[in-house]
Structures are given as structure tokens and as C-alpha cells.
Design a protein around this ligand. Structure first.
Ligand code: SF4
Length: 351
């Protein structure tokens, strides 16, 4: 047996013994459901396994097939997604379900070439679905695989420059493997549970004897990363406007871009100029500043919002906005940032 086949055998034996049970993962020896694989892969982009679990279960209960998801209203999908973040994923998820039904009769295509043409599916997700759901020889390199490969070959070049090299090495390890689905999942699982970012558990690793970083004692230092640029800060105000029934005002976010189609508490624009936030929502209302501000980190900027509160009298006209109670919120797609503000405002009333 050559070295690569031996490494594959070691990883598969380890995966067979240690695979975690996950709501979207087929039981050992069973065929995965492509709808479950796709849904979980989209949800797992930039989100942890622990956070995704309840959302995945909610989605498959509400929409057990891709046809049912395609037939759902976008507002319902966004409301069910609320809190998972990166809402373009939810809009693309809905579009993709529609495309699978319309163009492929409700059956996911099995090749990377066809999968990548669908909305919201990039090279990594196409490879993951093709390999995990259809056992095709595709190589899906996520952050876990990147870490394992960087260490196994002791790649010292920092990320992201080393990405092509890592991909090529991962492809070499995965080549000519009849159990592509299990190998891909095992590769990711090894990174998630054994070859962890801090304190890798090399003593429990099936590849310990062949691992260059372990031999050199530099496992925890890899992968090296190029230093990140500091993110800019944007500023603004967010408004808690409450009526005499204790309900508060929310509105659908207008325009394209961030949070498109989601609900929010009224806010000013978010700008780089700290002074520009000194503007209130409605001149007829008397606003008071809440003691605490809210901070939120987006991929490309950090946000600092002052929270201002006001009471709306009977004469106040909400226009296109609406008053809702805290109990109504599950029917609205309110992003985590806004949920944080609601929680802070409700808490300030009882404090
Ligand atoms: S031996 Fe250690 S560093 Fe090398 S792959 Fe295994 S867990 Fe990672």
C-alpha cells in the first residue's frame, strides 16, 4: 500500500470510530440527503456547528423538502433565518431552492460544475456537496482542512498566500479514494475536534507519526496568518420608540445592501463621521439617550450605535413602520444587532 492510501485508511478508520452525530449528517453506512447537506453547508458558512443545529432542525421541520422551501415566501425564510447573520445567504438559499426545482426537477445536481452555477454556491460549497452528498472525488477545503494540511506538511507561508499550496496538498491526500464522502467529512472533523487551533490533541491523531509540524514541535504556531488590517468604525443612532401599550416601532429596511428586506428599529445612516450621528429620528418626539451604546462587528467594519428612546403619544403616526410587542418578534426577520438593542431596551425598563 502506498503512503497516500495508508494515510487515507488511517483517517477513515479514525472517522468511522469517532464521527460525531449531527442533525444533517447521515448515519454510518447510510446515503446522505443532498437537501440536508446543502442546507447545512450554507448555514455553516461563517457560523459554528453549535449555532447552526437549532436553525437546521427548524428549517427541515418547516420545509422538509427543497420543493417546500422553494414554495415558501422570502419573508418567512428570512424570519426563520433571523439571528444566523449574513442575510444574503438566506436570500440566495431561497433563490437556489427555486433554481433546483425549476432547472433540475427538485434534484440537486451532483457535479461541482453544475452546483457552482446555483445561487449562493461557491467553489468550496460545490465541492463539499459533490463529495459529501454524492461521493464524487471533489476536494472541499474549509478552515479546518486548511489547518490540518498546514500542520501536516509544516507549511510556513502565511495565509491567505498559502491557499493554493494547501489546496494542492489536500487534493493529493484525497486523490483516488472510493470513500470521498467520508474522507471529506473526516478531514473536516479531524480539524474540528483533534487538530484544533489551540492545543491540538496530537496524541489522539491518526496522522501523528507522519505529521511534520508535530515532529518539529510547531503545530500550535501553524497556520501562520498575514496580519489583518484594522477595521474602520461606523457610527449612528438607533431609536426605541414606544407607545402606551409598551409596543415599540419597527420598520422594513429599505434599499439594497446590508440587511435588505429585514426589519429594524429606526436608525440614522451609519457613517464614518462620529459627529454625523447627532440627528434624531422624528423632531416631534422627545428623545433621551439610554445609558449604554451597542457595538457590533461586521466583516468589513465595526459599528457603534447610540440608543435613544422616546414615548409616542396617540397623535404619533407610524407611517410604513409598525408597533410590535416583544412576543411578536419571532414573526419578523430582525437581525442579531437589532435583537441586541431590543434586549438592552427591555432590560433597562426592568433594571
Ligand atoms: S499530529 Fe497534531 S498537528 Fe499534526 S495533524 Fe495531527 S493533531 Fe494536527
Amino acid at each position: 500500500m502506498n503512503k497516500k492510501a495508508h494515510l487515507q485508511k488511517q483517517l477513515l478508520a479514525w472517522f468511522d470510530a469517532h464521527r460525531r452525530v449531527m442533525p444533517w449528517r447521515a448515519a454510518k453506512g447510510k446515503t446522505p440527503d443532498p437537501y440536508h447537506v446543502w442546507l447545512s453547508e450554507i448555514m455553516l458558512q461563517q457560523t459554528t456547528v453549535a449555532a447552526v443545529g437549532p436553525y437546521f432542525l427548524k428549517f427541515v421541520k418547516k420545509w422538509p423538502t427543497v420543493e417546500k422551501l422553494a414554495a415558501a415566501g422570502l419573508d418567512d425564510v428570512l424570519a426563520a433565518w433571523a439571528g444566523l447573520g449574513y442575510y444574503a445567504r438566506a436570500r440566495n438559499l431561497h433563490k437556489c431552492a427555486g433554481a433546483v426545482v425549476k432547472e433540475f426537477g427538485g434534484k440537486f445536481p451532483d457535479t461541482e460544475e453544475d452546483l457552482i452555477k446555483l445561487p449562493g454556491i461557491g467553489p468550496y460549497t460545490a465541492a463539499a456537496i459533490s463529495s459529501i452528498a454524492f461521493n464524487r472525488p471533489a476536494v472541499a477545503v474549509d478552515g479546518n482542512v486548511e489547518r490540518v494540511v498546514s500542520r501536516f506538511f509544516a507549511i510556513e507561508e502565511p495565509l491567505p498566500q498559502s491557499k493554493d499550496n494547501i489546496r494542492a496538498q489536500a487534493a493529493r491526500l484525497a486523490k483516488d479514494n472510493p470513500r470521498s464522502s467520508d474522507f471529506t467529512q473526516g478531514f473536516m472533523e479531524l480539524g474540528a475536534t483533534v487538530c484544533t487551533p489551540k492545543k491540538p490533541k496530537c496524541a489522539s491523531c491518526p496522522w501523528q507519526k507522519s505529521c511534520a509540524a508535530h515532529r518539529l514541535g510547531i503545530a500550535e504556531d501553524l497556520p501562520r496568518k498575514a496580519r489583518k488590517k484594522q477595521k474602520p468604525v461606523r457610527y449612528g443612532r438607533v431609536f426605541w420608540i414606544e407607545n402606551k401599550s409598551g409596543e415599540f416601532l419597527i420598520e422594513k429596511r429599505a434599499g439594497k445592501g446590508l440587511y435588505e428586506g429585514l426589519y429594524q428599529l429606526p436608525t440614522t445612516d451609519w457613517t464614518n463621521d462620529a459627529k454625523a450621528r447627532r440627528k434624531n429620528h422624528d423632531k416631534r418626539l422627545r428623545f433621551k439617550r439610554l445609558g449604554a451604546d451597542v457595538r457590533h462587528s461586521f466583516t468589513h467594519f465595526d459599528l457603534l450605535l447610540e440608543i435613544w428612546t422616546a414615548r409616542a403619544g396617540a397623535a404619533f403616526k407610524p407611517g410604513k413602520a409598525r408597533f410590535v410587542s416583544a412576543g411578536d418578534l419571532e414573526n419578523y426577520a430582525l437581525p442579531s444587532l437589532m435583537r441586541k438593542v431590543v434586549k438592552m431596551c427591555l432590560h433597562s425598563k426592568t433594571a
